[in-house]
Design a protein around this ligand. Structure first.
Ligand code: PXP
Length: 239
């Protein structure tokens, strides 16, 4: 059964919108765990637009499943990760002007700095995942630079409306997941997955864990965090 890693960034987005002390992403993480989350994801962005350093440090203390720190490949972030020691780091591309992470990390272009970051993080006992597009060449480089796992970017599939392009985008995900699994990489998937699109992953057994944020936090604003996480957990269990 695939796992569910709940990304709580947008609880912090709501807090930062008003500069209040609530809602607290740390509290959201605790509720998500009680509702069946297998891991908690937080993206510490360079501009600190949602998650703050304080959140990461408190999450490290309270998360009982696995803390997954999403971050850009910069010396500052690697330093924070080595200090905080999350169970997993997911390396993502980061541009200040983007609304959310757009496109996977290009391991061919950034091979040297990614490889160095992976080595530093792994020697501190942190598992490293790389967030990449569903592209076989990227998967092969992930394997060569010793990533423990890949997170396949599902955004192109989830955001596509044309049925034929959607089908092609899904075929790319299936192919990438199978190649990664054959190379014995852990296989995660995420970005843009909602309560409808998750069902389309039925039968794709190569995926070990889904990383989902925006749709869960959005539903949580209507029905509460616990119910929103439980409903997604149930859908994933049925895949
Ligand atoms: N995985 C990665 C690497 C991401 O950057 C994000 C967005 O923060 C997600 C998963 C979750 O995407 P969404 O919020 O669309 O569920």
């Amino acid at each position: 059964m695939a796992g569910l890693a709940v990304n709580i960034d947008h609880i912090a987005t709501l807090r930062q919108a008003r500069g209040t002390r609530y809602p607290d992403p740390v509290a959201a993480a605790m509720i998500a765990e009680m509702a069946g989350a297998d891991g908690i994801v937080a993206h510490l962005r360079e501009d600190r637009r949602h998650i703050q350093d304080r959140d990461i440090r408190l999450l490290r203390q309270v998360v009982q499943t696995r803390l997954i720190l999403e971050m850009g490949v910069t010396p500052e972030m690697v330093g924070i990760a080595l200090d905080v020691k999350p169970e997993v780091v997911t390396l993502v591309p980061e541009k200040r002007e983007e609304l959310t992470t757009e496109g996977g990390l290009d391991l061919i272009v950034h091979r040297e700095k990614v490889s160095e970051a992976i080595e530093n993080l792994r020697s501190a006992g942190i598992l490293v995942s790389v967030f990449i597009d569903p592209d076989v060449e990227q998967i092969k480089v992930a394997h060569r630079v010793n990533a423990d796992m890949v997170e396949i970017h599902t955004g192109a599939f989830c955001d596509e409306v044309s049925p034929s392009k959607r089908e092609k985008a899904f075929a790319d995900i299936v192919n990438a997941a199978k190649v990664a699994s054959k190379l014995r990489l852990g296989v995660n998937a995420g970005h843009g997955i909602c309560y409808n699109s998750i069902k389309e992953f039925a039968g794709l057994k190569e995926i070990d864990e889904f990383s989902i944020g925006h749709s869960i936090v959005s539903r949580a604003s209507m029905v509460g965090m616990e119910k929103a996480v439980r409903e997604m957990r149930t859908l994933i269990s049925a895949l």
